[in-house]
Design a protein around this ligand. Structure first.
Ligand code: HEC
Length: 142
């Protein structure tokens, strides 16, 4: 029932160094905390027959949490979408279709860090942690 807690501690980690991203997750974590407290208080003081309702409310609350974009997605939209498109298929400036890429995380990390051909290097723009986040997100584009 409290399965979404670890997600919050993850998105709240200090590797979110961009101010915008930090702000987003701050709000998410605050909401998450409120929901859990509410759920626990409710569960402790209510008779058995309300447990299902409590569970349903908590599930609905966690589903709402899935909506905000992940840090990797925000980095992607800001730095990569202008050539690769939001869905990875745009192919502007000779960019490769990311949904068809066979490159693994290691290769992508190298490419994003150092650039290649018309693809710029992001070494000065993104921290290694942000590169890892955007690479992980790029692998979800299928
Ligand atoms: C200015 C346009 C541009 C931007 C911005 C850009 N790319 Fe690229 N990308 C390219 C081009 C061009 C290639 C093809 C490079 C080559 O092989 O010569 C490419 C190739 C790639 C590939 C390799 C795909 C394959 O299998 O061949 C990956 C992965 C990739 N980009 C990820 C990203 C990510 C992640 C970002 C954002 C951090 C990004 N790109 C930003 C233009 C861009």
């Amino acid at each position: 029932m409290l399965g979404h807690l670890p997600i919050h501690s993850f998105t709240h980690s200090p590797i979110d160094s961009s101010a915008k991203v930090g702000h987003e997750t701050e709000a998410g974590a605050a909401r998450g905390g409120g929901t859990v407290t509410f759920g626990l208080v409710f569960a402790l003081c209510c008779p058995m027959k309300y447990y299902k309702l409590t569970a349903a409310l908590l599930v609905a609350a966690s589903a709402a949490h899935a909506a905000p974009p992940t840090p990797g997605q925000l980095i992607y939209q800001k730095n990569c979408a202008r050539c690769h498109g939001r869905d990875g298929r745009l192919g502007l400036n000779g960019a490769h279709d990311l949904t068809k890429s066979n490159l693994n995380a290691f290769g992508r990390t190298y490419l994003v860090t150092n650039g290649m051909g018309k693809m710029p290097s992001f070494q000065k723009t993104l921290t290694p942690a942000q590169v890892a986040q955007v690479v992980a997100y790029s692998q979800t584009l299928k």
